[in-house]
Design a protein around this ligand. Structure first.
Ligand code: PLP
Length: 452
């Protein structure tokens, strides 16, 4: 009864993100979460699910962490909020800035705080353009992102997001954003005779002119676009290209940052140092809404020459409670050697993938960098023949998993909905990885029974 009330109220008053409104308004929520513990979450019916995607790739320390909760309570009791505008500051924001810049690669020595990933990317675009203005090059304002890149939904971030679905919702983006073909290492290194050269970052830079380009933004591993790993050498090639043409390199570490890929930051897998690094999500394991842009020394030194108001910032920039929680989150990551666990669980997951590939003729292209992982489903995996377009393989398999109490996420590739994304909390253990793999195994078996 109370449950029914809640569903009715949800249908009536709550417009959800990335949900089909027509269906939601008729059917109500798929489920409503009430509590969580480690990798598990419970819903209003008391059913327990494995959270195989850390909700939105963000609950890295898992649910129900009392240390994070206590930290929030302590800081809220002391000083829940304070302004960071007009010269005001607070201790957690300062300590977190010092901590993050000490962990970040290279000389990313300053931070601008935001409340999430989209705001971080918008901020990075604005800082890039502002930097070039300060350098006397205001015409350098174009942004290049990668096709299938996901950078958020505020209007600039959404323009950089190059997943067609997100442009259907809101057609008008900002101007001066270009989407390059992803992961073409040879082209970015200068291989003009490569058949894919047209539309590469280098091609766009050459056509538009480097003197009009502010920055290139890249996710170290593409997340929502399909869990696409860059080939080795790719990020280094983009770094080189940016250096060659005098373009800023923005790394969107919103998913990859804070241990997700088995290193503290995604770029650390390739020893690449970006000029600006956007973080959110894992910074606080989702316990507080926080993001930031880490800024390299030379950019910071240029910006501090500005003798007028830096008219950018969010009410929640430098939120003391959010920052205190993030600081504790990082302390736990380090103290409990969580990143090392990610690396060993990557091996367990890969062992599971080998088993799934041996058993299931539809499974291929398994990949994992740390606990950012996925696989693809094809009717004929050797020839990469997709299922008939009336079948949405990853949606079906994810639904089978859901019925078995494992939450995963279906994503689309060029050939349709055939990618399954897996990104459990970083504190997962071997037995729990095995539990997930067993559920995926049974789910694929049912799917194959229906469609092979
Ligand atoms: N960048 C990446 C790589 C993301 O995955 C996301 C969110 O999924 C964002 C940016 C946007 O972050 P937010 O939803 O916190 O605005």
């Amino acid at each position: 009864t109370a449950l029914v009330d809640l569903e009715e109220l949800d249908k009536k008053h709550y417009l959800h993100p990335t949900t089909i409104p027509k269906i939601h308004a008729e059917q109500g929520p798929k489920l409503s979460f009430t509590e969580g513990n480690g990798i598990y979450v419970k819903d209003t019916k008391g059913d327990e699910y494995i959270d195989g995607l850390s909700m939105l790739w963000n609950v890295n320390l898992g649910h129900g962490n009392q240390e994070l909760a206590n930290t929030a309570k302590e800081q809220m009791t002391k000083l829940a909020f304070s302004s960071s505008f007009a010269g005001y500051s607070n201790e957690p924001a300062v300590r977190l800035a010092e901590k993050m810049t000490s962990m970040a690669p290279g000389d990313l020595n300053a931070v601008f705080y935001t409340s999430g990933g989209s705001e971080s990317n918008d901020t990075a675009f604005k800082l890039s353009r502002f930097y070039w203005s300060m350098k006397g090059k205001p015409e350098k304002k174009k942004i290049i992102s990668l096709k299938q890149g996901y950078h958020g939904v505020t209007i600039a971030a959404q323009t950089a997001t190059a997943i067609p679905l997100f442009h259907q919702f809101s057609s008008s983006g900002i101007s001066d954003v270009f989407h390059a073909k992803p992961h073409l290492t040879d082209c970015e290194l200068g291989g003009r005779s490569h058949p894919d050269y047209e539309g590469s970052i280098r091609d766009i830079v050459e056509k538009e002119g480097a003197d009009t380009i502010a920055a290139v933004i890249v996710e170290p591993v593409q997340g929502s676009g399909g869990v696409h790993m860059p080939p080795d050498g790719y990020l280094e090639a983009v770094r080189k290209l940016c250096d060659e043409f005098g373009i800023l390199f923005i790394a969107d570490e919103v998913i990859c940052g804070f241990g997700r890929t088995g290193k503290m930051f995604g770029v650390d897998n390739w020893d690449v140092v970006p000029d600006l690094m956007c973080v959110a999500k894992g910074i606080s394991s989702g316990y507080s809404q926080l993001g930031g842009v880490l800024i390299k020394q030379e950019i910071r030194d240029t910006l501090v020459q500005y003798d007028q108001v830096l008219a950018h910032g969010f009410t929640y920039s430098g939120h003391p409670t959010a920052c205190a929680v993030a600081l504790k989150n990082i302390e736990i990551l380090e103290r409990d050697e969580v990143v090392a666990n990610v690396k060993s669980m990557e091996h367990e997951l890969n062992a599971g993938f080998e088993y799934l590939k041996d058993k299931h003729p539809t499974v291929t292209k398994t990949r994992a960098l740390g606990l950012l992982a996925g696989f693809e489903l094809y009717k004929d995996r050797d020839e990469e023949i997709p299922f008939d377009s009336s079948i949405l393989p990853s949606t079906e398999v994810v639904e089978e998993c859901f019925n078995r109490k494992l939450i995963l996420r279906p994503l689309a590739s060029q050939v349709g909905r055939n990618i399954v994304a897996i990104a459990p909390p970083l504190i997962i253990n071997k037995r729990q990885v095995e539990d997930m793999v067993a559920i995926i195994d049974d789910s694929i078996s049912d799917f194959e029974k229906k469609h092979l």
